[in-house]
Design a protein around this ligand. Structure first.
Ligand SMILES: Nc1nc2c(ncn2[C@@H]2O[C@H](COP(=O)(O)OP(=O)(O)O)[C@@H](O)[C@H]2O)c(=O)[nH]1
Ligand SMILES: [Mg+2]
Length: 323
Protein backbone atom coordinates (compact mmCIF):
# COMPACT_ATOMS: atom_id res chain seq x y z
CA UNK A 1 0.00 0.00 0.00
CA UNK A 2 1.26 3.42 -0.88
CA UNK A 3 0.19 6.07 1.52
CA UNK A 4 -0.47 9.39 -0.11
CA UNK A 5 0.31 12.62 1.55
CA UNK A 6 -1.30 15.91 0.77
CA UNK A 7 1.10 18.79 0.66
CA UNK A 8 -0.29 22.26 0.17
CA UNK A 9 1.76 25.10 -1.19
CA UNK A 10 0.26 28.41 -0.16
CA UNK A 11 1.17 32.06 -0.25
CA UNK A 12 0.18 35.32 -1.90
CA UNK A 13 0.28 35.66 -5.65
CA UNK A 14 3.73 36.37 -7.00
CA UNK A 15 5.35 34.75 -3.93
CA UNK A 16 7.02 32.17 -6.16
CA UNK A 17 4.84 29.07 -5.66
CA UNK A 18 4.58 28.04 -9.28
CA UNK A 19 8.30 28.57 -9.77
CA UNK A 20 9.00 26.37 -6.76
CA UNK A 21 6.77 23.63 -8.13
CA UNK A 22 8.47 23.86 -11.49
CA UNK A 23 11.85 23.47 -9.82
CA UNK A 24 10.58 20.43 -7.92
CA UNK A 25 9.22 18.92 -11.10
CA UNK A 26 12.58 19.29 -12.76
CA UNK A 27 14.27 17.56 -9.89
CA UNK A 28 11.78 14.78 -9.29
CA UNK A 29 10.08 12.26 -11.41
CA UNK A 30 6.54 13.33 -12.21
CA UNK A 31 4.17 10.57 -13.26
CA UNK A 32 2.78 11.10 -16.75
CA UNK A 33 -0.76 11.09 -15.46
CA UNK A 34 -0.41 14.37 -13.68
CA UNK A 35 1.48 16.20 -16.38
CA UNK A 36 -0.23 18.69 -18.62
CA UNK A 37 -2.47 20.17 -16.00
CA UNK A 38 -3.87 23.62 -16.54
CA UNK A 39 -1.80 26.52 -15.19
CA UNK A 40 -2.51 28.01 -11.79
CA UNK A 41 -6.10 29.02 -11.84
CA UNK A 42 -7.55 27.74 -8.64
CA UNK A 43 -5.54 24.78 -7.58
CA UNK A 44 -2.80 23.29 -9.62
CA UNK A 45 -2.14 19.71 -8.76
CA UNK A 46 1.06 17.90 -9.24
CA UNK A 47 2.86 15.10 -7.52
CA UNK A 48 6.30 13.86 -6.67
CA UNK A 49 7.41 10.52 -5.39
CA UNK A 50 9.33 10.36 -2.18
CA UNK A 51 10.52 6.92 -1.25
CA UNK A 52 7.49 4.81 -2.10
CA UNK A 53 5.01 7.53 -1.27
CA UNK A 54 3.17 9.54 -3.83
CA UNK A 55 2.95 13.04 -2.53
CA UNK A 56 0.47 15.46 -3.97
CA UNK A 57 1.27 19.10 -4.18
CA UNK A 58 -1.57 21.57 -4.31
CA UNK A 59 -0.61 24.98 -5.52
CA UNK A 60 -3.41 27.21 -4.36
CA UNK A 61 -3.55 30.29 -6.56
CA UNK A 62 -2.64 33.30 -4.46
CA UNK A 63 -4.76 35.93 -6.09
CA UNK A 64 -7.14 37.77 -3.84
CA UNK A 65 -10.38 36.28 -5.16
CA UNK A 66 -9.03 32.74 -4.95
CA UNK A 67 -7.68 33.33 -1.48
CA UNK A 68 -11.03 34.63 -0.35
CA UNK A 69 -12.66 31.54 -1.73
CA UNK A 70 -10.31 29.21 0.14
CA UNK A 71 -10.80 31.09 3.28
CA UNK A 72 -14.56 30.93 2.86
CA UNK A 73 -14.45 27.23 2.11
CA UNK A 74 -11.59 26.30 4.35
CA UNK A 75 -13.03 22.95 5.22
CA UNK A 76 -13.08 21.89 1.62
CA UNK A 77 -9.63 23.09 0.68
CA UNK A 78 -7.64 22.83 3.83
CA UNK A 79 -8.82 19.74 5.59
CA UNK A 80 -6.73 16.65 5.16
CA UNK A 81 -3.52 18.55 4.60
CA UNK A 82 -0.50 16.66 5.93
CA UNK A 83 2.10 19.34 5.31
CA UNK A 84 1.81 23.04 4.63
CA UNK A 85 4.48 24.89 2.73
CA UNK A 86 3.90 28.60 3.07
CA UNK A 87 5.81 30.84 0.69
CA UNK A 88 6.61 34.45 1.53
CA UNK A 89 8.41 36.78 -0.87
CA UNK A 90 11.06 38.10 1.45
CA UNK A 91 11.82 41.00 -0.88
CA UNK A 92 8.26 42.29 -0.83
CA UNK A 93 8.05 43.91 2.59
CA UNK A 94 5.06 45.99 1.54
CA UNK A 95 2.98 42.84 1.49
CA UNK A 96 4.22 41.19 4.71
CA UNK A 97 1.00 42.26 6.46
CA UNK A 98 -1.23 40.48 3.97
CA UNK A 99 1.08 37.48 3.71
CA UNK A 100 1.06 36.98 7.46
CA UNK A 101 -2.66 37.67 7.82
CA UNK A 102 -3.32 34.91 5.28
CA UNK A 103 -1.07 32.48 7.14
CA UNK A 104 -2.72 33.44 10.45
CA UNK A 105 -6.14 32.61 9.04
CA UNK A 106 -4.99 29.24 7.77
CA UNK A 107 -3.30 28.34 11.04
CA UNK A 108 -6.29 29.45 13.08
CA UNK A 109 -8.34 27.08 10.99
CA UNK A 110 -5.83 24.29 11.60
CA UNK A 111 -5.97 24.98 15.29
CA UNK A 112 -9.77 25.00 15.47
CA UNK A 113 -9.98 21.78 13.53
CA UNK A 114 -7.10 20.07 15.25
CA UNK A 115 -5.14 19.73 12.03
CA UNK A 116 -1.71 18.88 13.25
CA UNK A 117 0.26 19.42 10.04
CA UNK A 118 3.87 20.51 10.19
CA UNK A 119 4.56 23.84 8.53
CA UNK A 120 7.48 24.90 6.39
CA UNK A 121 7.81 28.63 5.93
CA UNK A 122 9.85 29.48 2.86
CA UNK A 123 11.47 32.87 3.15
CA UNK A 124 11.58 32.89 -0.60
CA UNK A 125 13.45 35.02 -3.16
CA UNK A 126 16.34 35.04 -0.75
CA UNK A 127 18.59 35.15 -3.80
CA UNK A 128 22.27 34.19 -3.74
CA UNK A 129 23.53 37.76 -3.84
CA UNK A 130 21.16 39.25 -1.32
CA UNK A 131 21.20 36.63 1.45
CA UNK A 132 23.40 38.85 3.62
CA UNK A 133 21.86 42.15 2.56
CA UNK A 134 20.87 44.15 5.68
CA UNK A 135 17.41 44.93 4.32
CA UNK A 136 16.75 41.28 3.62
CA UNK A 137 18.09 40.24 7.02
CA UNK A 138 15.83 42.81 8.61
CA UNK A 139 12.88 41.56 6.56
CA UNK A 140 13.55 38.00 7.67
CA UNK A 141 13.68 39.16 11.26
CA UNK A 142 10.30 40.87 10.91
CA UNK A 143 8.61 37.89 9.32
CA UNK A 144 10.01 35.37 11.80
CA UNK A 145 9.07 37.57 14.71
CA UNK A 146 5.49 37.88 13.51
CA UNK A 147 5.10 34.16 12.92
CA UNK A 148 6.94 33.10 16.06
CA UNK A 149 3.83 32.79 18.32
CA UNK A 150 2.74 29.84 16.18
CA UNK A 151 5.91 27.96 16.97
CA UNK A 152 4.44 26.86 20.26
CA UNK A 153 1.48 25.27 18.54
CA UNK A 154 2.89 23.70 15.40
CA UNK A 155 5.96 21.87 14.25
CA UNK A 156 7.38 24.62 12.12
CA UNK A 157 10.60 25.46 10.33
CA UNK A 158 11.86 28.53 8.49
CA UNK A 159 13.92 28.06 5.35
CA UNK A 160 15.57 30.59 3.08
CA UNK A 161 14.96 29.64 -0.51
CA UNK A 162 15.37 30.86 -4.05
CA UNK A 163 14.92 29.32 -7.45
CA UNK A 164 18.52 29.91 -8.49
CA UNK A 165 19.80 27.47 -5.89
CA UNK A 166 17.44 24.56 -6.23
CA UNK A 167 19.01 22.79 -3.28
CA UNK A 168 17.47 25.47 -1.02
CA UNK A 169 14.03 24.43 -2.22
CA UNK A 170 14.79 20.72 -2.00
CA UNK A 171 16.02 21.23 1.52
CA UNK A 172 12.88 23.05 2.63
CA UNK A 173 10.70 20.32 1.11
CA UNK A 174 12.87 17.56 2.55
CA UNK A 175 12.65 18.91 6.02
CA UNK A 176 8.93 19.28 5.72
CA UNK A 177 8.44 15.83 4.26
CA UNK A 178 10.71 14.27 6.82
CA UNK A 179 8.52 15.78 9.54
CA UNK A 180 5.71 13.65 8.14
CA UNK A 181 7.54 10.50 8.99
CA UNK A 182 7.99 10.08 12.69
CA UNK A 183 10.47 7.30 12.02
CA UNK A 184 12.87 9.93 10.79
CA UNK A 185 13.34 10.85 14.40
CA UNK A 186 14.93 7.43 14.77
CA UNK A 187 17.39 8.27 11.99
CA UNK A 188 18.22 11.60 13.55
CA UNK A 189 18.72 10.04 16.96
CA UNK A 190 20.96 7.39 15.48
CA UNK A 191 23.08 10.03 13.73
CA UNK A 192 23.57 12.00 16.91
CA UNK A 193 24.38 8.85 18.90
CA UNK A 194 27.04 7.72 16.50
CA UNK A 195 28.55 11.19 16.13
CA UNK A 196 28.86 11.22 19.91
CA UNK A 197 30.97 8.08 19.79
CA UNK A 198 33.24 9.33 17.02
CA UNK A 199 35.85 12.01 16.62
CA UNK A 200 36.41 14.72 14.01
CA UNK A 201 32.98 14.34 12.43
CA UNK A 202 32.08 17.43 10.42
CA UNK A 203 28.97 16.06 8.80
CA UNK A 204 26.89 12.93 8.68
CA UNK A 205 24.03 12.94 6.21
CA UNK A 206 21.41 10.48 5.04
CA UNK A 207 19.62 10.94 1.74
CA UNK A 208 17.17 8.88 -0.25
CA UNK A 209 17.67 8.36 -3.94
CA UNK A 210 15.86 11.50 -5.07
CA UNK A 211 18.13 13.66 -2.99
CA UNK A 212 15.67 14.13 -0.16
CA UNK A 213 17.40 14.45 3.14
CA UNK A 214 16.31 11.88 5.71
CA UNK A 215 18.57 13.01 8.50
CA UNK A 216 21.57 15.22 8.99
CA UNK A 217 24.25 16.22 11.41
CA UNK A 218 26.54 19.18 10.80
CA UNK A 219 29.25 20.21 13.19
CA UNK A 220 28.22 23.42 14.91
CA UNK A 221 29.81 26.58 13.55
CA UNK A 222 30.29 25.24 10.05
CA UNK A 223 29.86 28.18 7.72
CA UNK A 224 27.12 28.23 5.13
CA UNK A 225 29.78 27.99 2.43
CA UNK A 226 31.17 24.83 4.02
CA UNK A 227 27.72 23.27 4.25
CA UNK A 228 27.09 24.09 0.61
CA UNK A 229 30.41 22.57 -0.32
CA UNK A 230 29.51 19.41 1.59
CA UNK A 231 26.19 19.17 -0.23
CA UNK A 232 27.94 19.66 -3.56
CA UNK A 233 30.44 16.95 -2.62
CA UNK A 234 27.52 14.70 -1.79
CA UNK A 235 26.06 15.17 -5.27
CA UNK A 236 29.41 14.44 -6.90
CA UNK A 237 30.23 11.29 -4.95
CA UNK A 238 26.68 10.00 -5.15
CA UNK A 239 26.89 10.25 -8.93
CA UNK A 240 30.29 8.61 -8.82
CA UNK A 241 29.14 5.51 -7.00
CA UNK A 242 26.03 5.23 -9.14
CA UNK A 243 28.00 5.59 -12.37
CA UNK A 244 30.72 3.27 -11.16
CA UNK A 245 28.27 0.69 -9.86
CA UNK A 246 29.88 0.81 -6.43
CA UNK A 247 28.42 0.57 -2.96
CA UNK A 248 30.90 2.81 -1.36
CA UNK A 249 33.51 5.42 -2.17
CA UNK A 250 36.18 7.12 -0.10
CA UNK A 251 37.60 10.52 -0.95
CA UNK A 252 39.49 13.57 0.26
CA UNK A 253 38.77 17.18 -0.55
CA UNK A 254 38.79 20.70 0.83
CA UNK A 255 35.86 22.68 2.19
CA UNK A 256 37.88 25.86 1.81
CA UNK A 257 41.57 26.70 1.44
CA UNK A 258 42.28 25.77 5.04
CA UNK A 259 39.93 22.89 5.74
CA UNK A 260 40.80 19.47 4.41
CA UNK A 261 38.39 16.60 4.85
CA UNK A 262 38.15 12.87 4.31
CA UNK A 263 34.83 11.35 3.45
CA UNK A 264 33.02 8.15 2.68
CA UNK A 265 29.69 7.59 1.01
CA UNK A 266 27.87 4.30 1.36
CA UNK A 267 24.72 3.24 -0.44
CA UNK A 268 22.05 0.98 0.99
CA UNK A 269 19.58 -0.87 -1.16
CA UNK A 270 16.47 -1.38 0.91
CA UNK A 271 13.40 -2.95 -0.61
CA UNK A 272 14.65 -1.75 -3.99
CA UNK A 273 15.13 1.84 -2.87
CA UNK A 274 18.52 3.43 -2.59
CA UNK A 275 19.68 5.38 0.40
CA UNK A 276 23.00 7.14 0.77
CA UNK A 277 24.94 7.88 3.91
CA UNK A 278 27.75 10.42 3.75
CA UNK A 279 30.31 10.83 6.48
CA UNK A 280 32.72 13.78 6.42
CA UNK A 281 35.68 13.84 8.80
CA UNK A 282 38.04 16.66 9.49
CA UNK A 283 41.40 15.72 8.05
CA UNK A 284 43.58 13.72 10.36
CA UNK A 285 46.44 11.30 9.89
CA UNK A 286 45.52 8.32 7.82
CA UNK A 287 45.47 5.81 10.67
CA UNK A 288 42.90 7.85 12.57
CA UNK A 289 40.71 8.27 9.50
CA UNK A 290 40.82 4.56 8.71
CA UNK A 291 40.05 3.77 12.31
CA UNK A 292 37.01 6.06 12.22
CA UNK A 293 35.81 4.66 8.90
CA UNK A 294 36.09 1.14 10.31
CA UNK A 295 34.18 2.10 13.39
CA UNK A 296 31.49 3.67 11.24
CA UNK A 297 31.28 0.59 9.05
CA UNK A 298 30.33 -1.48 12.06
CA UNK A 299 27.11 0.49 12.32
CA UNK A 300 25.93 -0.34 8.79
CA UNK A 301 23.62 -3.12 9.93
CA UNK A 302 21.98 -0.80 12.36
CA UNK A 303 21.62 1.92 9.71
CA UNK A 304 20.05 -0.62 7.40
CA UNK A 305 17.47 -1.63 10.01
CA UNK A 306 16.62 1.96 10.86
CA UNK A 307 16.15 2.93 7.22
CA UNK A 308 14.05 -0.13 6.64
CA UNK A 309 11.96 1.03 9.56
CA UNK A 310 11.16 4.26 7.73
CA UNK A 311 9.68 2.36 4.84
CA UNK A 312 7.50 0.31 7.09
CA UNK A 313 5.30 3.07 8.30
CA UNK A 314 1.95 1.41 8.15
CA UNK A 315 0.68 -1.78 9.61
CA UNK A 316 -0.12 -3.39 6.32
CA UNK A 317 3.43 -2.99 5.12
CA UNK A 318 4.76 -4.38 8.35
CA UNK A 319 2.69 -7.49 7.87
CA UNK A 320 3.69 -7.72 4.25
CA UNK A 321 7.37 -7.57 5.07
CA UNK A 322 7.19 -9.91 8.03
CA UNK A 323 4.92 -12.39 6.34
N1 LIG B 1 14.32 36.94 -7.61
C1 LIG B 1 13.55 35.86 -7.54
N2 LIG B 1 12.42 35.81 -8.25
C2 LIG B 1 11.65 34.70 -8.15
C3 LIG B 1 12.02 33.60 -7.33
N3 LIG B 1 11.05 32.66 -7.44
C4 LIG B 1 10.13 33.15 -8.28
N4 LIG B 1 10.49 34.39 -8.72
C5 LIG B 1 9.74 35.26 -9.64
O1 LIG B 1 8.59 35.75 -8.99
C6 LIG B 1 7.52 35.90 -9.92
C7 LIG B 1 6.28 35.17 -9.42
O2 LIG B 1 6.55 33.78 -9.42
P1 LIG B 1 5.39 32.69 -9.47
O3 LIG B 1 6.04 31.38 -9.32
O4 LIG B 1 4.53 32.89 -10.66
O5 LIG B 1 4.55 33.08 -8.18
P2 LIG B 1 3.15 32.49 -7.68
O6 LIG B 1 2.12 33.51 -8.03
O7 LIG B 1 3.28 32.38 -6.20
O8 LIG B 1 2.91 31.17 -8.32
C8 LIG B 1 8.04 35.37 -11.24
O9 LIG B 1 8.43 36.49 -12.00
C9 LIG B 1 9.23 34.53 -10.85
O10 LIG B 1 10.20 34.50 -11.86
C10 LIG B 1 13.26 33.68 -6.61
O11 LIG B 1 13.69 32.78 -5.88
N5 LIG B 1 13.97 34.84 -6.74
MG1 LIG C 1 1.24 30.53 -9.44
Amino acid sequence: MVSDKKIALLGLDNAGKTSILTAMRKKFDVPEAVKGLKPTKKIERSSVTFMDHLIYLHDFGGQKHYMDEYLKNKMRYLSGIDLLIYVIDIQDSLRFDSAIAYLDEVLEFFEENKIDAPIVVCLHKCDPKIGEDPTILKNMGIVKHRIRPWLEKFKMGFYKSNIFEIHTIIQAFSRGISMLYTQNEAVQKFLLDIVDKMENVMALLVFEQNGIEIGSYFLENLTLTMKKKILTLYEIVQRRILDGNMNSYEFSDRLDWATKVSGVIQSFDIEGLLFFVLLILEEHDEAVVIDQFNFFEQSYNEIYEILRGILVDDEEKTKQLNG
